[in-house]
Design a protein around this ligand. Structure first.
Ligand SMILES: Nc1ncnc2c1ncn2[C@@H]1O[C@H](COP(=O)(O)OP(=O)(O)OP(=O)(O)O)[C@@H](O)[C@H]1O
Ligand SMILES: [Mg+2]
Length: 220
C-alpha cells in the first residue's frame, strides 16, 4: 500500500503521523519505506535521530525523493516494499500532487483551528485535480491536536464531514505531548516510555478506521 500524508497547511501533523505510521507498521513486521518528499527534511531528521537511538538497527528504510518523477520512482519502489509512506510538505503542491497520483490512500490531518480548516477547500481542489489520474484513491481526513475543551473540534468535524472527496474519521488524535517527546528521541509513541496510553489508543483507533474502510473497499 502507498500512503500519502498530505494537506495544504503547515504544521498540521503530517510528519508526526507519517513517522508514527512507519514505526507502527514496521512493528507489525511489515517492510516499510518512508519517503521524505519535503525539502524541510523533517522525516529524514527523524530517521537520523532514530538511527542513533536504535544504534543503527533501523526497522524501516528511508529515502528522500522530490520532483516530477516522484510518482514514477515510488511506483518502481512499491514492488520492493509492503508499505510506502510519503511525507509531503504543507505548502508545496508539486510533490504532493505527484505523490497523490500514485497512492492508494491519502491522509489529511487537520488541526481544529480556523486557519487550518479554511484550507479544506484547497485540499478538495487538489483532489479534484488528482482524482482523474487516480480514481481509486481513498482519501481520509481527521482532526489532529484536538483540544478536549471547547467546541472547536465539533465545528471542525462538521466542516470536514461536508467534503464529498474525503472520508471523515471520527477518531481524533488529541493534543498530546507524547508526540513531541517521542519525536525528540527518534521514537514513535508506541515506543515511548512511560507509555502515553491515551495517545497510543487514539492512534490505534485511527488506524482501525482506515483498515476497516480498506477492507470494505476490497470486498466491493
Ligand atoms: N497530536 C499531536 N499532539 C501534540 N503535538 C502534535 C501532534 N501532532 C503534531 N504535533 C506537533 O506539532 C508540530 C508540527 O507537527 P509536524 O511537524 O508533524 O507537522 P507537519 O504538518 O509535518 O508540518 P510541515 O507542514 O511544516 O511539514 C510538531 O511540533 C509536532 O510535535
Ligand atoms: Mg512535515
Amino acid at each position: 500500500m502507498i500512503y500519502t500524508i498530505g494537506g495544504i497547511k503547515g504544521g498540521s501533523g503530517k510528519t508526526t503521523i507519517a513517522t508514527n505510521l512507519a514505526v507502527f507498521l514496521a512493528s507489525k513486521k511489515r517492510d516499510v519505506l518512508l519517503v521524505d518528499a519535503d525539502d524541510q527534511e523533517s522525516a529524514t531528521d527523524f530517521t537520523a535521530f532514530r538511527n542513533q537511538a536504535l544504534e543503527g538497527v533501523l526497522d524501516y528504510t528511508a529515502v528522500k525523493i522530490t520532483g516530477s518523477d516522484l510518482n514514477g520512482q515510488v511506483k518502481r519502489l512499491s514492488e520492493k516494499y509492503d508499505d510506502i509512506i510519503i511525507d509531503v510538505g504543507g505548502r508545496d503542491t508539486v510533490n504532493q500532487r505527484s505523490a497523490l497520483t500514485v497512492s492508494h490512500v491519502a491522509l489529511f490531518p487537520f488541526a481544529a483551528r480556523s486557519f487550518d480548516i479554511w484550507t479544506l477547500n484547497k485540499v478538495n481542489a487538489l483532489l479534484n485535480e488528482v482524482l482523474p489520474f487516480n480514481p481509486s484513491l481513498l482519501s481520509f481526513t481527521f482532526i489532529n491536536k484536538a483540544d478536549s475543551r471547547g467546541n472547536h473540534k465539533d465545528d471542525a468535524a462538521e466542516l470536514l464531514k461536508s467534503s464529498d472527496k474525503l472520508i471523515f474519521l471520527d477518531t481524533p488524535l488529541g493534543n498530546r505531548i507524547a508526540f513531541g517527546n517521542a519525536a525528540a528521541e527518534g521514537l514513535g509513541i508506541i515506543e515511548l516510555r512511560p507509555l502515553d496510553e491515551k495517545a497510543v489508543t487514539e492512534f490505534k483507533e485511527l488506524w482501525k478506521g482506515i483498515e476497516k474502510a480498506l477492507k470494505n473497499k476490497k470486498q466491493k
